[in-house]
Structure formats: structure tokens, C-alpha cells
Design a protein. Structure first.
Length: 264
């Protein structure tokens, strides 16, 4: 293989059924009169890659749209400056001047018949306050705020306006199997490495969360290579999952020792 298939290529975007459904919902949102959408997903569900892919598409269907992506911030002025940077506004100038130039840029896009879509990854209450104000002020300005399930209610209350609900769901078993096969093929793999039972076990332990599936699958490849195994079995998946679980609980020493012992 040319590179590690699951964690070694940040440009690789896998479009499973949840991703396709979410992109279709975002396309509908962009063409509608909605001003605000909440994109909800559990941690490690691939929201970052999905938003990066959306930006790279440079539009959504036939809708002329200017897509801006920023990271969530709890600092009010930082949020304004991030949005200003997307419009090439000097970050060192006064915050009120930045606001004025942002408004002017949005109005200019509106005059040209271009809608502005602000994507906020890991949106905070501070971000939402700014975003909802801009959405109310400008006719062709809309916002997609990404959030986790337990944080959505606070954002909704902060927005003070109704928003479309979009959910990025977790993988079903077939999505996980397709993801493993596609990632391996994209990395240049030509032989089948994961047995069907091992893929099923990977899906079960990752609970269909693509980020966790990627970490476990990558570690399984390392474990199989260390043991000179031609095929990854459920036992290997169980082994690396336990290491992954211990690492996430903070026992980094156990993680290192276990990886070192794979070739024993």
C-alpha cells in the first residue's frame, strides 16, 4: 500500500449512506428559506472531513453559494476575526471595523445573487450569538452549526430562532464494510485483508463511529503485520480494541507496552 489507509490520507473522504444523506440535507437547506441548521453528530463521526469536503465542492448543486468554514470559539472577538479572515479583513483592526467590513462583504454577495453559508465546526454559544444576529440581518446569509447531542439544546436556546435539524448518523454494518474496502483500495491495497467476521467485529466495537473504526482498523493492520498474519481475524480486532480502550482511559504506558509486544 502507498500509505496507511485509514489514518494516513486526510484527503480521503468516504461517502457512506450517512454522509450522502447529510450532504443531501445540506443541499436542501442551502436552497431553502431556512436561515439556521443544527448538524448534530456524536464525537468522531467524521464531521470535520464532511465539512472540508463540502467546502471543496465549491457549491451545493445549482445554488450559487459562498461557503465559509470556521472553528468554534468561546471568545467573541476571536469568532468575529475568524469570519473576517474569510473575507480577507485585516485581523489587527478594531472589532467594530471588522464587523462593518463583514456586513459590507455579505451585502455585496447578496447583490450578486450569491448566498453566504457559514459553517461553524464545534459551534459555541458565543458563535451562535454572532451567527444568529447576522442571519437575521442579511437576507441571503445562513448558518450551519455543528454540535454534539448533549450540547444542542444550549445552542438552540442561544439562537433564539428555529433551525433545521440535520443528523449525521453512525454507520450500519454495510457502511463499515464498504469503508474498510474503499480505504484499502484507495491506499493501493490489492488483496483482501479483513475477514468478514473481523469487519463485523470492527463494526460492533466501533458502534458505527467512523473515527473509532479508523483507529481500530489501522492498529489491526499493524498488529497483523507484526505477527506476519495474512488475514485480520476477530481476535486481532479484540486485541487492538482493548489497547485502544486502555489508551482512551489514559493508561498510555499500557498502550506502548502492548504495541511493543505485538511482534512477540
Amino acid at each position: 500500500m502507498k500509505y496507511p489507509p485509514f489514518l494516513g490520507n486526510p484527503d480521503f473522504f468516504f461517502s457512506g449512506q450517512p454522509q450522502r444523506e447529510t450532504l443531501a440535507a445540506l443541499q436542501y437547506f442551502a436552497a431553502s428559506s431556512w436561515k439556521l441548521a443544527f448538524l448534530t453528530a456524536v464525537s468522531q463521526s467524521g464531521v470535520t472531513h464532511l465539512l472540508d469536503h463540502l467546502v471543496s465542492m465549491r457549491g451545493l448543486g445549482d445554488c450559487p453559494i459562498d461557503v465559509i468554514l470556521t472553528q468554534g470559539s468561546s471568545d467573541h472577538s476571536s469568532s468575529i476575526h475568524q469570519l473576517g479572515a474569510a473575507y480577507s479583513v485585516d485581523g489587527d483592526i478594531d472589532i467594530e471595523v471588522v464587523r462593518h467590513k463583514i456586513d459590507a462583504a455579505i451585502r455585496q454577495s447578496d447583490r450578486e445573487g450569491i448566498r453566504t453559508l457559514w459553517l461553524i465546526e464545534k459551534c459555541t454559544v458565543s458563535n451562535m450569538s454572532i451567527a444568529s444576529d447576522l442571519a437575521r440581518k442579511h437576507r441571503n446569509f445562513s448558518v450551519v452549526a455543528t454540535t454534539q447531542p448533549d450540547e444542542r439544546t444550549a445552542l438552540q436556546l442561544s439562537a433564539g430562532m428555529c433551525g433545521m435539524q440535520i443528523q449525521l448518523n453512525q454507520f450500519c454494518l454495510q457502511d463499515t464494510a464498504d469503508y474498510v474496502e474503499t480505504a484499502l483500495r484507495h491506499a493501493g491495497g490489492e488483496q483482501r485483508i479483513f475477514s468478514e467476521p473481523s469487519t463485523a467485529r470492527l463494526h460492533e466495537l466501533s458502534v458505527g463511529v467512523i473515527g473509532d473504526a479508523a483507529v481500530i482498523a489501522e492498529s489491526a493492520l499493524t498488529a497483523a503485520a507484526c505477527r506476519s498474519l495474512p488475514m485480520i481475524t476477530p481476535d486481532i480486532i479484540d486485541l487492538v480494541y482493548e489497547i485502544h480502550r486502555q489508551w482512551r482511559s489514559g493508561r498510555h504506558g499500557y498502550h506502548r507496552e502492548s504495541l511493543a509486544s505485538m511482534s512477540a
